[in-house]
Design a protein around this ligand. Structure first.
Ligand code: IMP
Ligand code: MG
Length: 185
């Protein structure tokens, strides 16, 4: 990436652009093998999963479809509210479909636990989860993740789709935001 970022808001780059690309190669190979004889619907969770969905989907055959949901479990700050609301629902009918939820990060697990249950109740043939990042130390609910990128420490991270108050989503890497940037919001 030729663009120069101002790195002063970050204490550390946790996952580089190259590391993300290599990991997505591995995850995509597994997914392609597992769903070789099935029709696959990728369900991205807006807005955080936009980058991982775009990069994962481009490693899939053209019969693989994408759909999107927007749910909210967070306000503009850094703490989970534990409350999940549907802000935008899927267009697709899930009856008989093989669904793979594509997520940016599993923090408490509250969002994904609720979402997998919700999508299963719509008659999907299968519902699995692919997530780029997971914070094991923050888990409140256990969510089975079939395809995982990286386990990371329990720190607030931004970039590659992840935001703080809607900023930093465009970064091509995942970085730890300095606590003084988000304060005690
Ligand atoms: P959970 O329900 O606590 O697992 O939270 C899931 C959602 O919270 C993710 O999809 C993110 O949108 C957001 N989130 C959790 N941790 C972080 C973080 O470190 N940085 C930015 N967003 C986060
Ligand atoms: Mg998210």
């Amino acid at each position: 990436m030729s663009f120069q970022y101002d790195m002063s808001d970050f204490s550390e780059v946790l996952v580089s652009e190259n590391a993300i690309g290599r990991k997505l190669d591995e995850m995509a190979a597994e997914i392609r093998a597992d769903y070789a004889d099935k029709d696959l619907l990728l369900v991205g969770v807006l807005k955080g999963a936009v980058m991982v969905m775009a990069d994962l989907a481009r490693r899939m055959p053209p019969a693989v479809q994408m759909d999107w949901m927007a749910v909210s479990s967070y306000g503009s700050g850094t703490k989970s509210s534990g409350v999940v609301r549907i802000l935008k629902d899927l267009d697709a009918d899930l009856t008989g479909r093989h669904v793979l939820i594509v997520e940016d990060i599993i923090d408490t697990g509250v969002t994904l636990s609720w979402l997998t249950g919700n999508l299963r109740s719509r008659g999907a043939a299968s519902v699995e989860v692919a997530a780029l990042l997971r914070k094991p130390a923050a888990a409140v609910v256990d969510v089975p993740v079939k395809y995982l990128g990286f386990d990371i420490p329990n720190q607030f991270v931004v970039g590659y789709g992840l935001d703080f108050a809607e900023d930093y989503r465009t970064l091509p890497f995942v970085a730890v935001l300095k606590p003084e940037v988000y304060g005690d919001k």
